[in-house]
Design a protein around this ligand. Sequence first.
Ligand SMILES: [Zn+2]
Length: 239
Amino acid sequence: MAHTKQRKRRRRKHIVIILIVLLLTVGAGAGILLKEGLSSDVVAKDGQEATASVDGTPWNLILVNKWNRLPSNYKIELTTLSNGQSVDQRIYPALQQMFDDARQAGIYPIVGSGFRTEKKQKSLMKEKIADYKAKGLSDQEAKEKAEAWVALPGTSEHQLGLGVDINADGVYSTGDQVYQWMEQNSYKYGFIRRYPPDKTDITGVINEPWHFRYVGTDAAAQIHNRGITLEEYLDQVHS
Ligand SMILES: [Zn+2]
């Protein structure tokens, strides 16, 4: 009888120790999350089979611009980041690695805007047009100006989940520091600066130092080293 009690007590002691260890582990985990909370870390995934290729073009090289609309029925599997933005889950590991390395180098980027739905893109366009009209521009002028800044719904890389606007956290880094680091290093992780200032007639988009697109490390290295755009890269690959 006394023996069983003792064993029970010992078992209870074990459970208490396990609980303490668990609490400490969870606490340490939370600490890491808070520290990493400066940028974006994975918190959730939603399940859907992502499109692997369209007309023979692998997903990471799919071209979406003014002249090439988002493929119909394009499916994306998203990873949601800790700040509520989301990206195609296939680019998440590279994005996280890039952010980890940037922080190691004392640069603190955030994902200002990741995946956008068609609806979101439409509302951004509406807001921009309203902004210009409020400044006294005519309907037509406001529309034209807005379209220089915001991609027409169906023509934004943000709808692919492969385009990300990368900004500074505004505390530890400035925009220029982040853009500069990204311009020099992003290709190592498969991301390219998508809209350089001297290529606007090819990309159809004005200079956007914050917008990066995932294309994979091979294409990114070539595009970076040769100073070309995704449009030019695809032209050369296909010709
Ligand atoms: Zn963008």
